[in-house]
Design a protein around this ligand. Structure first.
Ligand code: NAP
Length: 519
């Protein structure tokens, strides 16, 4: 089995310079970003780069080395209040720009992201740890939302409704909701922001973004590019700092009309409850527990390649990562052997080094969670087929792991492991697989591998999930709707549907028209 490169679908072709320098020292990487002017360490409020008012900072750590990349402003309530005011005051003018003007600004922002793709990818690898090729893939994916919504900005149509009375005309206008608070996680430091900010800005909303404290640098660099693109000051504001202070300020403000959040289900529920008091619109992209179902009739190579990509992207730290690999009993042994061989070939290390497919986990707590889940599984009868230990590289590196004989009582199949652990569960019939797959509160992504077209339809329709990959492990794209059933979230991001989350419908009744017609 050849080594499988775990990269997102739209990998950009790096420049010749970049290709020759695929392995880079962290110091050289940070210098390159600094020279490009994209190493920003302050928050962005009203178009100005600003320190925390009390001067507080927080260190950003490289999870691969433990080195401090830099320190950034650590903001709280006061800065967030000012960022909200800045977004509120700018809403009136930004929403009155024509769709074409907003579209041009977004398109310019997209172009700048692409021309700075290497610096953005380096920053992402430095602060998040994902391999550079995957980081380049995320820049393409993340920038793709800005390009897509630059185009969508011009297609926000209203409606004319046939009137029920002869002297009336009925219309539906679509208007931006207003100021949006966007809270994003560390696992996709760029794409989770652009997936929200792209549609928000396209339809005329203004935004206050709060990125994760683990990965503020990519967010701040993208914000700097938004200014260079001519997006007016105050349209996009970024506050970095105390999560609950910033979150509470956004929730309590009546100026903020919508909260959009990607992150854990636990924090999502808090934000949903917190939005009640001011009755805000809210969309939530939360945790998953993705089943990956391999049927006896699957093409083995396709299933191994797809399951590998679905499980080990970003070292298992994505919401759509296969969390449970359900394998039918007739193909179980063959699949387990071929899959373990493929996993063994994944090179672990610093993402700045060429050929690395698995970076470190984000922090020590993430490694401890993986250890706890493996201990629970083995104590209940699972066996370690591969890995199962911290990696000899130390830090937060963990060996890519395959567990056999897992059952649906174990923690590893009940909850999101968010690490490089692939639990294999054996099943007998299609009905069993569907039952096990749906027996969870999550409902984000699911994968099935089968060569039977009728089965692929039957199972897809029975799965209670927002995204289904059939014979494919990498399915995210800006042109398709992304979002979960059940407790995996509310609303959809990306695609033509994603912009609806940022629009209000206004019904207009034009009455007393008889006189106008008879004159
Ligand atoms: P998290 O702990 O929920 O954090 C997400 C964001 O919320 C971060 O910016 C965090 O800030 C902030 N936050 C934490 N507590 C908060 C509070 N009380 N009020 C307001 N904001 C608060 O999630 P994570 O560990 O970063 O991300 C992993 C989770 O995200 C996984 O469950 C994954 O499945 C989910 N995810 C879902 C999707 C999707 O599209 N469905 C995509 C990616 C990830 P700090 O980081 O600064 O503390």
């Amino acid at each position: 089995m050849h080594r499988v490169a775990l990269v997102a679908r739209h990998v950009l072709t790096p420049s010749l310079f970049f290709r020759r320098q695929m392995s880079m020292e962290p110091g050289a990487a940070i210098n390159r970003v600094r020279e490009s002017g994209l190493l920003k360490t302050q928050g962005l409020i009203g178009g100005k780069w600003i320190d925390a008012y009390d001067g507080k900072t927080i260190e950003v750590q490289n999870p691969a080395t433990g080195d401090i990349v830099t320190s950034v402003a650590y903001m709280g309530k006061k800065e967030t209040t000012d960022a909200i005011s800045s977004a509120y005051n700018t809403f009136n003018s930004w929403s009155k720009h024509t769709a074409s003007e907003r579209s041009k600004c977004l398109r310019k922002w997209y172009d700048l992201m692409i021309s700075h793709k290497e610096e953005l990818a380096l920053l992402m690898t430095l602060e998040q740890g994902k391999p550079l090729k995957e980081a380049l893939g995320e820049v393409a994916y993340g920038a793709g939302f800005i390009e897509f919504f630059a185009e969508e900005a011009k297609r926000i149509y209203g409606d004319i409704i046939p009137a029920t009375l002869a002297d009336r005309r009925l219309f539906v206008l679509k208007q931006p909701v207003g100021v949006v608070g966007a809270i994003t996680p560390w696992n996709f430091p760029l794409a989770m922001i652009t997936r929200k900010v792209g549609p928000a800005l396209a339809c005329g909303c203004t935004v206050v973004v709060k990125p994760s404290e683990y990965t503020p640098l990519t967010a701040l660099a993208a914000a700097e590019l938004s200014l260079q693109a001519g997006i007016p000051p105050g349209v996009l504001n970024v506050v970095v700092g105390n999560a609950s202070d910033i979150g509470d300020t956004l929730l309590q403000s009546t100026k903020v009309r919508k909260i959009t959040f990607t992150g854990s289900t636990a924090v999502g529920k808090k934000l949903l409850a917190g939005s009640a008091n001011t009755v805000k619109r809210i969309s939530l992209e939360l945790g998953g527990n993705a089943p990956c179902i391999v049927f006896d009739d699957a093409d083995l190579d396709v299933a191994v390649k797809g399951a590998l990509a679905a499980k080990f992207r970003n070292s298992g730290q994505t919401c759509v990562c296969a969390n449970r690999i359900l394998v039918q009993e007739g193909i179980y042994e063959k699949f387990a052997n071929a899959f373990a061989k493929a996993v063994q070939n994944l090179h672990v290390g610093n993402g700045l080094v060429e050929g690395i497919a698995q970076g470190p986990l984000i922090n020590e707590a993430a490694v401890e969670k993986v250890e706890k889940f493996i201990k629970d599984a083995t104590s209940k009868g699972a066996n370690v087929i591969l890995g199962g230990r911290r990696h000899s590289l130390g830090m937060t590196f963990y060996e890519p792991t395959v567990l056999g004989n897992v059952n649906d009582e174990m923690l590893v199949s009940r909850e999101e492991v968010f690490g490089p652990v692939a639990p294999l569960l054996r099943f007998k019939t299609e009905e069993d697989a569907i039952h096990i797959a749906n027996d969870t509160n999550a409902g984000l992504a699911a994968y099935i591998f089968t060569t039977s077209i009728p089965r692929s339809w039957r199972v897809t329709e029975a799965l209670e999930y927002g995204l289904v990959g059939v014979n494919e492990g990498l399915i995210s794209t800006e042109v398709a709707p992304f979002g979960g059933f059940k407790q995996s979230g509310l609303g959809r991001e990306g695609s033509k549907y994603g912009i609806d989350e940022y629009l209000e419908l206004k019904y207009v009744c034009l009455g007393n028209m008889k006189e106008a017609y008879t004159k």
